[in-house]
Design a protein. Structure first.
Length: 492
């Protein structure tokens, strides 16, 4: 397993392989259709949903605009409450900090709350190299870990697995990680959940160190918030003696009043619930209640570079609800693994290339992993215009240009394999800026339409191989408009 799936092929190749897996497609279709239907019903209950969505967008934009000030306020609040704040510029530094904190306790195992930030930096693998074993406690993350697999969904990491596959994984792997699966385990949900509960109980009661992320951080009080549905998070946050939270710097909100907005929109958009069954909040440390030591690791890892992009920065509004994945026709057919990142689906297609850059084949291909249908924007609870960012990143891939990398302005070279696309776009730009040439070209195209091929030649064959070429009309629109006086005479 790797948090960044190093070595994955470009999205088109990975997706082509995924769509041939009938079982995978069936699992994804059933799960995504079920989740999005429930979400739509939950959202429809709220009469002011559009206003909440706009409020969430404005809160996030305001916070990102003043991120430096709110992060300093958060650090002061956490420190005053008895916690310790660490700053990590990248994945390597974050992993080094966490491993050092665990070693300082003398422990060699930790229990973990579901955390995408720790997956992003490959924390489990880094801890393993230091002789520390990390146990995932979220049910879906447990399935992924036991199956030596990779997460394929933001909310439901094991969405690509069905009940039979999960039963087989539990029977085969649980014994090597602790308490084995009960004899005669079936694939009924209740039995699978009970097997996981028994397996994890001993780890909760034994572990001295817990590791979490956070859904939100409140700057004014230094409070961290985790929302979840199983109770495993509550166990990891309260039972260990030491708690280490690794959180992306964009997860901050200024006040408790701001938090109230997201506690309405996140559960409905993610699990289709009015509120999460478990909403855990902690502020520093308190004698006799919860962990004795609390460490907050604030993770950058490309976020300030993303913040410097006026179009792309809106991706940092994301509250990880996964609503965009559940409506995306591309994700439904290709699954999450094809995106080569812990952030799959539409949000992953714009977030990963910004956090990691577009230098690799997989990251350069992600902005194209979309039909630009706009369904993701319609369901986003913080109104991230994902199609806009996708087009923006496509331009970056094809044309190159100036970007921010590690705080410095650098000039990217155009990615390989896009020469024909660049030539076509430049030709189109020239034609549209020369009306006479455009008019002549349209007339020639109309009069020679019977000679046009059904598929494009050369590089264009990849495009027309899965699409019908539009038929050229018998008459250009401008000629029709002039001939009919704008359609006023009723002539067709």
């Amino acid at each position: 397993m790797s948090g960044t799936f190093v070595g994955m092929p470009a999205f088109p190749e990975a997706a082509r392989e995924a769509v041939r897996d009938a079982t995978l497609r069936g699992n994804l279709r059933h799960a995504t259709h079920t989740i999005r239907a429930k979400r739509a019903k939950a959202v429809a209950e709220v009469p002011d949903w559009d206003r909440l969505r706009e409020a969430g967008k404005r809160i996030k934009d305001h916070t990102l605009l003043h991120l430096d000030r709110y992060l300093e306020q958060l650090e002061a609040s956490v420190t005053a409450a008895g916690g310790t704040v660490h700053w990590a510029a990248d994945a390597e530094e974050a992993n080094r900090i966490v491993a050092g904190l665990v070693k300082a306790t003398g422990e060699s195992e930790v229990v973990k709350v579901k955390s995408m930030a720790t997956q992003e930096i490959g924390l489990n693998e880094a801890l393993e190299e230091e002789g520390i074993r990390a146990y995932e406690t979220d049910l879906a993350e447990l399935i992924v870990q036991l199956g030596k697999d990779r997460p394929s969904h933001i909310l439901v990491p094991a969405i690509h697995r069905n009940r039979g596959e999960i039963r087989d994984i539990f029977r085969r792997e649980m014994g090597a990680w602790g308490r084995p699966a009960p004899d005669g385990l079936t694939d009924t949900p209740a039995e699978l959940a009970e097997a996981a509960r028994l397996h994890l109980r001993e780890k909760f009661l034994r572990a001295k160190v817990g590791i979490s992320g956070a859904n939100f951080m409140v700057a004014e009080t230094g409070t961290l918030v985790v929302v979840e549905s199983e109770g495993n998070g509550r166990m990891c946050l309260t039972l260990p003696e030491t708690l280490i939270s690794v959180v992306g710097i964009e997860k901050i909100v200024p006040t408790w009043r701001d938090l109230e907005v997201f506690l309405q929109t996140l559960p409905r958009s993610s699990t289709a619930e009015r509120m999460n069954p478990y909403t855990s909040m902690w502020t520093g440390t308190t004698d006799g209640d919860g962990p004795r030591a609390f460490h907050l690791v604030l993770l950058d890892n490309g976020r300030t570079d993303t913040l410097a992009d006026e179009v792309g920065r809106q991706a940092l509004r994301c509250i990880r609800c996964s609503a965009c994945l559940n409506v995306c026709p591309v994700y439904e057919r290709a699954g999450g693994h094809a995106y080569g990142s812990v952030y799959p689906g539409p949000i992953g297609a714009i977030l990963s290339p910004q956090l990691r850059g577009t230098g690799s084949e997989i990251d350069a291909s992600l902005p194209y992993a979309s039909s630009l249908c706009g369904a993701c924007y319609e369901v986003c609870p913080v109104a991230i215009d994902i199609p806009e960012v996708l087009v923006h990143l496509r331009e970056r891939v094809v044309e190159g240009g100036q970007v921010t990398s590690r705080g410095d302005k650098v000039v990217l070279k155009p990615a390989k394999g896009h020469a024909a696309e660049r030539a076509a776009m430049r030709a189109a730009r020239w034609a549209f800026s020369h009306p006479g040439a455009l008019r002549t070209g349209q007339r020639i195209a109309s009069r020679t339409r019977r000679l046009h091929p059904r598929t494009l030649p050369g590089p264009g064959r990849a495009w027309s191989g899965t699409r019908d070429l539009p038929e050229v009309p018998a008459e250009p629109f401008r000629d029709w408009w002039r001939r009919t006086d704008g359609g006023k005479d009723g002539v067709k």
